[in-house]
Design a protein around this ligand. Structure first.
Ligand code: BGC
Ligand code: BGC
Length: 893
């Protein structure tokens, strides 16, 4: 019963190309309905189509159920203390805004609210529409050239700016603004100074340093003619499975609040002093609200915190950032109790603009409005009505969105007063930023000062940040600090890999596909060691695999290893075990330790991970996080000077608790006001604030010895995972497809040339779907996520994919039940022979039936689909990954 036909998942290419910029360029996927081939993508000779790469999954209609529930939640605005605006109302400025606004047409106003992306507009579009702002996404550069020079960046900024003030087509001469993700330095630009990612800065816990970093970032950004930065991220990360954990400073709101103030001040200047002078850029505090607290750490998922916790934990970065005068706030992809923030009037308007007194603007996140119930990327009055001021609409959707928004105002679905409020906010920020008076981007004081990009004094600050971010977790018998006169072996695949030590959001969006040569002026960790040691008369040899020259046995081995780069949901994992199922680095540590060589581990990671076995094998262990371009900061701390004196002691302290088991994913220091019960339950391996230094006493140094290496997977109680139960569960959304096209569902009825689908009531409202396949071609219906999901826990043991299904007429062709992982793997199983026409039945199919050569359970993009060429009407509901097989589970082995 193994697969014989492969329904084409061509459009999964959309999803995948959204994930990995490198593959977006020419993702060629088979478009044919391929008969007689086995699954998992052996579709060599089939015709290919080029796909446009920006299709987005619309949320399924089924999300409604949750939202109805949350609408009823009681909200208490008094939880949010009233904050005074950071900047007093300036009547003169308000008059200017009102005067300008009065001259604007509706079209010009809506254009201010549209933020397209450089890959999807031309300079002529800017001339014609006069967008209020535009962005470049992660890994987007002028002319699509990764090696674009600062001059190329300035040229593009200048062209867009000139087109925006050219009123010949749109009658508007309001200058546009360019926003960019400079999240650890100006990270899309070759040669820029790259600071440690936020998790490392949190360990450094040094707000003055952070302000300096922000001020430097502002300068390097301005060299390229850019006005505005989408930082800081002030997520208070509660579950370390989240792929954006490293973008957070801490699991504790205090550091986040203080840093947010310092960064905003560093980027924008102080409200009472050098605010938004020509040495500063606009900042964005993001992502409002609750991004770091989603259930199971699922990116863009649902935060179910109480309103009190939403304030006390998740909103503290806004308390800090807004009091420093942040001029923009980015709405978050996540939901709060089932309701997407982009459509949440209570939080965006009542709380943020009301209680926080925020008078700047709210910018959306990357088509985030399209995820609001009832919205698409092309149309979303709800978001504007909720308080969104600028749509970030990075795809071709900008044009229909612009027209639809205008129509919605004309039809009265959006009040003109709301538009006027949004545009006033945008203009207020533009006036404050001096945009109307400043010279054009090419002529500003810092533009073109290329010597500032990666300038030595900037790198020195980054190097200091690296030193201060290192956290020493183990130091048996005071192995560290090392003498630079030793014979040092440097091993591990992160030792001489600047891309890996820099993590995601590094030149490319995911931080992958980079080489050391893409980082002129930077240093790898190995380079720093080599330099330190050789200057003192020692020697350093690089061997990634730890090959030891028997004739020249090293005195010590420094092994630099850790996570591969990732960004956003691509980094989501389902438990914290490092190198689960593939302990290559542990083997490397063992190989060295077994030869009697003292081992220093330097661990590169975007989060604390369960590395008990690696701790056991290391004499010293340093958590280095994602240090960025100045790898030489590591050697500064590991080695003494030639005279044996400590150069820099360790300063870093854990700003995230370190887990005792792979499953301890939400281990967070109890807040002051938390109950004793919660405090007692706090039992991490290493607590928040932990970190040794060269003064620590010896007994502390041996804490990480003889740790349990049992990953508990056998005893772990795996639970059923509901995919579609009454509603489609986050992060999945329902789609329909033919062999060549796929679309998300945005209403209760949808069809394509192969099938029609509609919601139906089986037990409760809309808990099932009715699908009519017309038999003319291959049709598919299933669930999809924007990001690959880690299902390894389920593949390790006896589990099943189950659903309730009713087929209304006998089947003449196979009916495929399938799953899909990233890439071209589509294992599927024919269930035609298992279903009896005319009755509802529960079907449970062992996950073994989907275990095929190229199946990768760590990267599931579709956990369920049904596909057929048969003419058949069927209904289905209750799709679940079962943690335990049933008696009647269909077996495949
Ligand atoms: C991220 C934001 C980022 C934006 C623009 C989004 O996917 O969530 O943090 O600012 O992309 O690149
Ligand atoms: C884009 C990146 C962008 C990211 C935001 C990706 O599809 O290629 O430029 O930053 O989406 O989520």
């Amino acid at each position: 019963m193994r697969t014989e036909i492969t329904p084409n998942f061509a459009d999964l290419g959309h999803v995948i190309s959204n994930l990995i910029p490198a593959t977006r360029v020419a993702l060629m996927v088979s478009a044919a309905l391929v008969l007689g081939l086995s699954a998992c993508g052996q579709q060599k000779d089939s015709p290919s189509v080029m796909l446009d790469d920006q299709a987005n999954i619309e949320p399924s209609v089924a999300i409604k159920v949750n939202e109805i529930a949350s609408a009823k939640a009681i909200k208490d605005i008094n939880i949010w203390p009233q904050q005074a605006p950071a900047i007093n109302v300036n009547p003169e400025l308000e008059h200017k805004i009102a005067t300008l606004l009065a001259t604007m047409t509706l079209e010009q106003k809506v254009a201010q609210m549209i933020q397209p992306e450089i890959r999807d507009i031309t300079v002529e579009d800017m001339r014609k529409y006069g967008f209020g702002s535009y962005l470049n996404g992660g890994g987007a550069y002028p002319n699509n050239d990764k090696h674009a020079t600062p001059a190329d960046w300035i040229a593009l900024a200048e062209q867009f700016y000139q087109a925006s003030i050219d009123d010949s087509l749109d009658g508007s001469s309001i200058p546009t603004m360019w926003g960019t993700d400079a999240v650890h330095g100006h990270n899309n630009v070759i040669g820029a100074t790259l600071f440690p990612h936020n998790i490392g800065l949190g360990a450094a816990n040094n707000p003055q340093l952070i302000e300096q970093i922000a001020a430097i970032t502002a300068k390097e950004v301005m060299v390229t003619g850019i006005d505005w930065v989408f930082a800081p991220t002030v997520a208070v990360v509660r579950d370390d499975r989240w792929g954006r954990t490293y973008e957070g400073y801490s699991e504790d709101p205090r550091i986040v609040r203080d840093y947010s103030f310092a960064i905003v001040e560093g980027l924008q200047g102080a409200v009472t002093g050098d605010f938004l002078t020509d040495q500063h850029v606009l900042s964005t505090v993001k992502h409002f609200l609750g991004d770091g607290g989603t259930e199971k750490g699922i990116d863009q998922g649902d935060n179910i915190a109480s309103e009190q916790d939403l304030y006390a934990i998740h909103a503290q970065g806004y308390v800090g950032g807004l009091s420093a005068g942040a001029q923009s706030v980015m709405a978050s992809f996540n939901s709060w109790n089932g309701e997407k923030i982009h459509g949440n009037k209570y939080l965006l308007t009542d709380v943020l603009k009301g209680r926080f007194g925020f008078d700047g603007f709210v910018v959306g996140d990357w088509n985030g409005h399209g995820q609001v119930d009832g919205c698409t990327n092309e149309s979303c009055a709800q978001a504007v009505n909720a308080g969104l001021d600028i749509f970030m609409v990075p795809t071709a959707a900008w044009k229909p969105l612009y027209h639809n928004t205008i129509d919605q105002v004309n039809r009265g679905e959006i009040a003109l007063s709301r538009i006027d409020d949004a545009v006033s906010r945008i203009l207020r920020v533009k006036f404050r930023a001096g945009l109307f008076d400043k010279p054009s981007p090419a002529n500003r004081p810092l533009s073109g000062k290329t010597e500032l990009i990666g300038q030595q004094s900037h790198r020195d600050v980054a190097r200091q940040a690296v030193r201060e971010s290192l956290v020493l977790l183990k130091n048996k018998q005071n192995l560290l600090p090392l003498s630079p006169k030793l014979n040092v072996l440097v091993a591990g695949d992160a030792a001489d890999n600047i891309g890996k030590q820099s993590g995601g959001w590094t030149i490319t969006w995911q931080g992958t596909d980079n080489q050391n040569s893409d980082f002129p002026g930077a240093s790898s960790i190995f380079a720093g060691i080599k330099n330190t040691v050789e200057n003192a008369g020692g020697s350093a040899t690089l061997s990634v695999n730890g090959e030891v020259d028997a004739a020249n046995k090293p005195d010590v081995a420094i092994v630099v290893f850790g996570e591969e780069p990732y960004a956003e949901g691509n980094g989501d994992i389902d438990n914290l075990e490092y190198q689960r199922g593939d302990k290559r680095d542990l083997a490397l540590l063992k190989k060295l330790a077994s030869q009697g060589i003292p081992v220093v581990s330097v661990f590169i990671s975007g989060r604390p991970m369960w590395v008990n076995a690696e701790f056991n094998q290391s004499d010293a262990f340093v958590a280095a996080w994602l240090p960025g371009s100045e790898g030489n900061g590591v050697a500064d701390v590991l080695f003494t000077n030639p005279e044996g004196k400590v150069q820099y002691d360790f300063k870093g302290k854990l700003s995230f608790s370190w887990p005792a088991t792979p499953q301890q994913t939400t281990v967070n220091r109890p807040l002051d006001n938390s109950s004793d019960v919660a405090a007692k339950a706090y039992s991490p391996l290493l607590p928040y604030g932990y970190g040794l230094d060269y003064q620590s006493n010896l007994s502390e140094h041996i804490r990480l010895e003889g740790l349990s290496e049992d990953n508990l997977s056998a005893t772990q109680t795996l639970e059923d995972l509901a995919l579609f139960e009454r509603a489609v569960k986050s992060p999945w959304s329902m789609f329909i497809a033919t062999a060549t096209q796929r679309e998300g569902l945005s209403s209760s009825v949808a069809s394509n040339s192969a099938l029609t689908i509609r919601t139906m009531d089986r037990v409760v409202q809309e808990d099932a779907r009715l699908v009519k396949f017309n038999g003319t071609e291959l049709g598919t219906v299933g669930l999809l996520s924007n990001f690959p999901r880690d299902f390894r826990a389920f593949s390790d043991t006896k589990t099943a994919l189950s659903l309730s299904i009713k087929v209304d007429n006998p089947l003449t062709h196979p009916l495929w039940l399938g799953m899909a992982c990233e890439g071209e793997c589509r294992p599927q199983y024919d269930i035609a022979g298992l279903v009896k026409p005319g009755e509802w039945q529960n079907l449970s199919v062992s996950l073994n039936c989907f275990k095929q050569d190229t199946m990768d359970f760590s990267k599931i993009v579709s956990p369920f689909y049904l596909a057929t060429t048969a003419k058949v009407q069927l209904s289905f509901s209750d799709v679940v990954i079962q943690a335990h097989q049933q008696q009647d589970t269909v077996q495949c082995d």
